[in-house]
Design a protein around this ligand. Structure first.
Ligand SMILES: NC(=O)c1ccc[n+]([C@@H]2O[C@H](COP(=O)([O-])OP(=O)(O)OC[C@H]3O[C@@H](n4cnc5c(N)ncnc54)[C@H](OP(=O)(O)O)[C@@H]3O)[C@@H](O)[C@H]2O)c1
Length: 288
């Protein structure tokens, strides 16, 4: 414990799997004491040195407030936080007309309102630690993609919140940093697919038939997608945590950089390129 008192402390959400879990391990290697926010502990983190697991559901402001209190009462956070990393996230996918309202709400609750609750509750610790806020976004924040409207919109909103709050927190020299990972090998896509299939199971069959071509085209896109290694994103987030003068945005992966470049093209050209890459030009509308 006394050793932990002298380490710089960070808090992150979504630490139980995917990018978050790998990030915990890399941050420990880099010498940090990690407060690892987990919705459901899977035990793997509990055995690691210099990790304190903290239960948190980012969609529940009371749970977030309890987590912030738990961290601030911990002796290892006596000097505040060097970084708060909003990493927890989900993908809600499918043609927007088919997305159930509760699923759309879940998308924003986790990806947009969640980081907002977490940042609000943890800012006193970030302020006292001379720390920074790192928000894990996605390239679809800048280049929204078809069949990915919910995730694109949730991350675009997160981007806008980050850009505005950066200006507010400049008064305390607290950087607000956005990280855009490209497609990465985690279970996020399998979870999104399972949720979309469950939603389709209770959808109006006529509406499903209308979008049969779109859904098949999207399935092809996902089958073609090449997911990069988790390490690539982890290294990028650690660079954002460590930089003396951090950039506003870090992009991990050539696919993410390509999507970022698309956002700067004229809208007509951008839409033609996306339509062609999704092969949506060949999709005929189902009979109405
Ligand atoms: N993988 C990619 O290709 C990719 C690309 C761009 C951006 N990103 C972003 O990177 C971040 C991490 O994603 P990932 O790929 O590592 O996904 P992942 O493996 O599915 O991990 C997501 C984490 O978020 C947690 N989470 C979900 N809902 C939560 C809630 N209500 N409260 C607290 N935690 C919650 C999950 O916990 P449970 O296990 O308990 O559900 C899980 O630990 C996300 O923000 C994602 O949008 C990922």
């Amino acid at each position: 414990m006394s050793e932990n008192r002298h380490k710089r402390a960070v808090f992150l959400t979504g630490a139980a799997g995917g990018i978050g879990e790998a990030l915990v391990r890399e941050l420990i290697e880099s010498g940090y004491l990690v407060f690892a926010g987990v919705r459901r502990s899977r035990g793997a983190l509990d055995a690691l040195p210099h990790v304190v697991t903290v239960p948190v559901d980012v969609t529940d402001p009371d749970s977030v407030e309890d987590a912030a209190k738990e961290v601030s009462d911990h002796p290892a956070a006596a000097h505040g936080l060097h970084a708060l990393i909003n990493n927890a996230g989900v993908i809600v996918q499918g043609p927007l007309e088919l997305v159930p309202p509760a699923e759309l709400r879940r998308q924003f609750e986790v990806n947009t309102f969640g980081p907002t609750h977490v940042t609000r509750s943890f800012l006193p610790l970030v302020r006292s630690g001379g720390g920074r806020v790192v928000n894990v976004s996605a390239p679809t924040a800048r280049t929204p993609l078809p069949m990915l409207a919910p995730i694109s919109a949730s991350k675009a909103a997160l981007q806008a919140l980050s850009d505005a709050q950066r200006l507010e927190l400049a008064a305390w020299n607290i950087p607000v940093i956005v990280v855009e990972p490209g497609a990465t090998e985690t279970s996020i896509f399998a979870s999104a697919d399972a949720a979309a299939k469950a939603a389709a199971g209770s959808a109006d069959p006529d509406l499903l038939a209308l979008y049969a071509g779109h859904r098949a085209a999207f399935a092809e896109v996902m089958a073609r997608q090449k997911n990069g290694p988790v390490d690539r994103v982890v290294r990028t987030i650690v660079a954002a945590v460590e930089a003396r003068r951090p950039k506003r945005r870090y992009v991990a992966g050539s696919d993410a950089r390509a999507l970022g470049m698309l956002s700067r093209l004229p809208a007509g050209l951008r839409e033609r390129l996306i339509t062609s890459s999704f092969k949506l030009g060949k999709v005929s509308a189902g009979a109405a």
